[in-house]
Design a protein around this ligand. Structure first.
Ligand code: 13P
Length: 246
C-alpha cells in the first residue's frame, strides 16, 4: 500500500507574514495520515526549514540547477537545497518548460542532480490542450518520462512523478478521475518496464485539485496524492485535501 503524498507548490506567491500564518494553520491541523510537503520559493527555505523542523511536515523547492556548482548566475544547486534539508524538489514543471524553455533532457539532468544530493525530485509531465486534442497525450508524457528514466538508470525508482495536464493548471478545469487514472496507469506501466520498484512509486496528480474533487481523484488506483497549486495557499483547502489523502 503506497502512502499518499500531498505537496503544495506555492509557485511565486507568499511573503514572511502570510507564510508564517499559512504554516501555523497547517501545523495546527496535524496529525495527517498522509505525507505532507510544501515547495516554497528559495528565499523562504531557511525560515520554512526552521519553522517546520521536527513537525513531521516536509519542505522542498520548485526547481534546481542541473549543474553542481560554477558560474551560473541566478541558479541554485541541489547541494544548496540539501543544506536546507529539502526533502523534495519539483523539476520540469510545465511553467518552467514553457517560460524557460526547459527540455526533456534538461529536466532529466536536474532530476539526476537532485537525487545525487539526496533530494527526491518530483518530476512533472503533462500535455497541453492542443496535444490532448490531437491525440498525443500518451506520446508526450511517455517521451517526457522516458528522458528521466534514462538519466536516472537504476535510481529511477526513487523519483516521484507528477502528472499535470497543462490545460488543468490554474484553470479550474480538472481532469476527470478516468482521464487522470488512464494516464497514471500508463506512466506506471512505463515505470514498471524500467524499475522493479514501480509498484512502490508515487504518481501525483496536479491541476486544479481542490477539496471537492480530491476524493474522486485520489480514490483512483494509480493516483497517489496531489501536487497542489492555488489551493495550497489557503490553509483550509490544503488541510482539507490532506485529510482526503489520509
Ligand atoms: P493549480 O492547483 O493552481 O491548478 O496548480 C497546479 C500546479 O501547477 C501544481 O504544480
Amino acid at each position: 500500500m503506497r502512502r499518499k503524498l500531498v505537496a503544495g507548490n506555492w509557485k511565486m506567491h507568499g511573503n514572511h507574514r502570510d507564510n508564517a500564518e499559512l504554516l501555523s494553520d497547517i501545523m495546527a491541523a496535524r496529525p495527517f495520515g498522509c505525507e505532507v510537503s510544501v515547495c516554497v520559493p528559495y528565499p523562504y527555505l531557511s525560515e520554512v526549514a526552521v519553522g517546520l523542523a521536527g513537525s513531521g511536515l516536509l519542505w522542498g523547492a520548485q526547481d534546481c540547477s542541473a549543474h553542481e556548482r560554477g558560474a551560473y548566475t541566478g541558479e541554485v544547486s541541489a547541494a544548496m537545497l540539501a543544506e536546507f534539508r529539502c526533502r523534495y524538489v519539483i523539476v520540469g514543471h510545465s511553467e518552467r518548460r514553457q517560460y524557460h524553455a526547459e527540455t526533456d533532457q534538461g529536466v532529466a539532468d536536474k532530476a539526476k542532480a537532485a537525487l545525487a544530493c539526496g533530494i527526491t525530485p518530483i518530476v512533472c509531465v503533462g500535455e497541453t490542450l492542443v496535444q490532448r486534442e490531437a491525440g498525443q497525450t500518451e506520446a508526450v508524457v511517455k517521451r517526457q518520462l522516458s528522458a528521466v528514466i534514462h538519466a536516472l538508470g537504476h535510481c529511477a525508482g526513487e523519483m516521484v512523478v507528477a502528472y499535470e495536464p497543462v490545460w488543468a493548471i490554474g484553470t479550474g478545469r480538472v481532469a476527470t478521475p478516468d482521464q487522470a487514472q488512464s494516464v497514471h496507469a500508463l506512466l506506471r506501466a512505463q515505470l514498471s518496464a524500467a524499475t522493479p520498484h514501480a509498484g512502490d512509486m508515487k504518481i501525483l496528480y496536479g491541476g486544479s485539485m481542490k477539496p471537492d474533487n480530491a476524493a474522486s481523484l485520489m480514490s483512483q488506483p494509480d493516483i497517489d496524492g496531489g501536487l497542489i497549486g492555488g489551493a495550497s495557499l489557503k490553509a483550509a483547502d490544503f488541510v482539507a485535501i490532506c485529510r482526503v489523502a489520509g
